[in-house]
Design a protein around this ligand. Structure first.
Ligand SMILES: [Zn+2]
Ligand SMILES: [Zn+2]
Length: 450
């Protein structure tokens, strides 16, 4: 209670002192809604669903948006695999002439058995797409994203007198498999609901204190490609290498040769990563197999760097095999996955700088921190369309316990990160900040007082 009075006083003084051109800080609706948002969060956390199977989560989001007055469409999303249903949800709120702002949340969770011991921990188990029995956990914080998204949708619906334009609330399935955004766009997202003028999202960050947000101008997250190399060979007896062409030695040479792409072909000023994460071949010590399979992940920021790396992988794999005297019909086959691919996430610099200023006003300058880009990936960048045609901004939402982070800085163990079975964000400050920050960002774009 005491807290609320102080907060009210702080907000009121900020409001009364703010010049007319400064966006208003979000009103106290966030505080009023917080208890029910926390309940929503705990409910979502306890009921996670895997990518491509977000049936209940998406139905819940649709119901909530509908109850707030949004025009809701469900089942938006088309995958190449016919047995996967697209569980995308689009909620549109038209409110006169003005820009269209897309706000995105993701819906899916991870195949991971939760070990946090929290009272609202997930105990869900299911079969994955390979029919394995797996635990399911919101270990990437998408439950916090959904909760903040719904909180923002509610505040903005309640403040319709303060803004003009169109809100496009997009709940995307299958982020963890980076094919959900693509599926929604392939199902005519922009053709059916209109092309937005701005695209916004947030993602939980386990290394940033709850109550803070982080932002990166320009490249924020890397592009991602999964590549498989099938290294052919000519099998035979392990004692007679002269009668075989050994794909194991060849695969080893290829793994090492691939390292020269980043170290020798690429400018040191263009970040890029090639990691071979899987190598499989052979069954027995004295058999030379006829095939080895390599699986790689490729990360880069600039599109031309990404394309050059993919070309180099093919050239090097082929060249090393030719040098080993491999027959033409057994040369390596390089497959770049169509579905396990995402473009880089690029935060439009003018928009990012402007909204970072807005967030400083709204949350306090100390709570808005510049953050270095990382080589992780997301499929959020797809909503900006190829070549970043639409200005977009994704920011970090702090979720870590400040005491644990302080302890880690003093030599303690860092708190568990994203995708850990022990990941345990601090929901209350994070949700309050998520709703306040996203509302302030949207109001800066469509608010009447902007
Ligand atoms: Zn994730
Ligand atoms: Zn995530």
């Amino acid at each position: 209670m005491c807290h609320r009075i102080i907060l009210a006083a702080v907000l009121w003084s900020a409001l009364s002192q703010a010049p007319a051109t400064t966006p208003q800080p979000p009103d106290l609706t966030v505080e009023r809604d917080l208890p029910s948002l926390l309940e929503t969060y705990k409910m979502l956390h306890a009921a996670p669903e895997l990518s491509h199977h977000e049936a209940k989560t998406s139905a819940f989001v649709a119901r909530e948006l509908r109850s707030l007055g949004y025009a809701v469409s469900e089942g938006v999303g088309k995958y190449a695999r016919p047995d996967w249903k697209g569980y995308g949800v689009v909620g549109v709120l038209k409110n006169g002439a003005g820009p269209t702002v897309l706000i995105r949340t993701d819906l899916d969770a991870l195949p991971l058995e939760e070990k946090t011991g929290l009272p609202y921990a997930s105990t869900v188990r299911t079969k994955d797409d390979a029919h394995r029995d797996v635990g399911v956990m919101h270990a990437c914080g998408h439950d916090l994203h959904i909760t903040s998204f719904l909180g923002t949708a509610k505040v903005l619906a309640a403040r319709k007198n303060d803004w003009a334009g169109t809100l496009m609330m997009v709940a995307q399935p299958a982020e963890e498999t980076i094919d959900g955004a693509r599926a929604m766009l392939a199902d005519g997202l922009y053709a059916r609901f209109g092309k937005p003028d701005y695209v916004l999202a947030l993602h939980v960050n386990a290394e940033l204190e709850a109550g803070k947000v982080g932002y990166t101008t320009g490249y924020f997250l890397a592009s991602a490609n999964t590549v498989e190399i099938i290294v052919g060979g000519v099998g035979g007896h392990g004692s007679r290498p002269e009668a075989a062409r050994d794909p194991i030695v060849l695969a080893a040479q290829i793994v090492l040769a691939l390292q020269t792409i980043v170290s020798r072909e690429n400018s040191p000023l263009d970040p890029a990563v090639i990691s071979v994460g899987s190598i499989h071949g052979g069954t027995k010590a004295n058999i030379i197999p006829d095939e080895v399979r390599l699986q790689l992940t490729v990360r880069a920021y600039k599109e031309h760097v990404r394309q050059r790396i993919l070309t180099s992988i093919g050239r090097i794999a082929n060249g090393v095999a030719v040098a080993a005297g491999m027959p033409a019909e057994r040369l390596p086959v390089v497959e770049v996955s169509e579905t396990e691919a995402a473009p880089a996430t690029y935060n439009d610099p003018p928009l990012t700088e402007r909204l970072a200023g807005v967030l400083r006003t709204s949350l306090g300058a100390d709570n808005v921190v510049p953050w270095a880009p990382i080589m992780s990936s997301e499929d959020f960048g797809r909503f900006a369309l190829e070549g970043n045609q639409l200005p977009s901004f994704m920011f970090w939402l702090g979720a870590a316990d400040p005491a644990l982070l302080a302890d880690a800085r003093n030599g303690g163990v860092p708190p568990p990160g994203l995708h850990s079975s022990l990941f345990a964000p601090m929901p209350e400050p994070a949700i309050r900040t998520g709703v306040s920050a996203m509302t302030a960002a949207v109001m800066a774009i469509i608010g009447k007082a902007r």
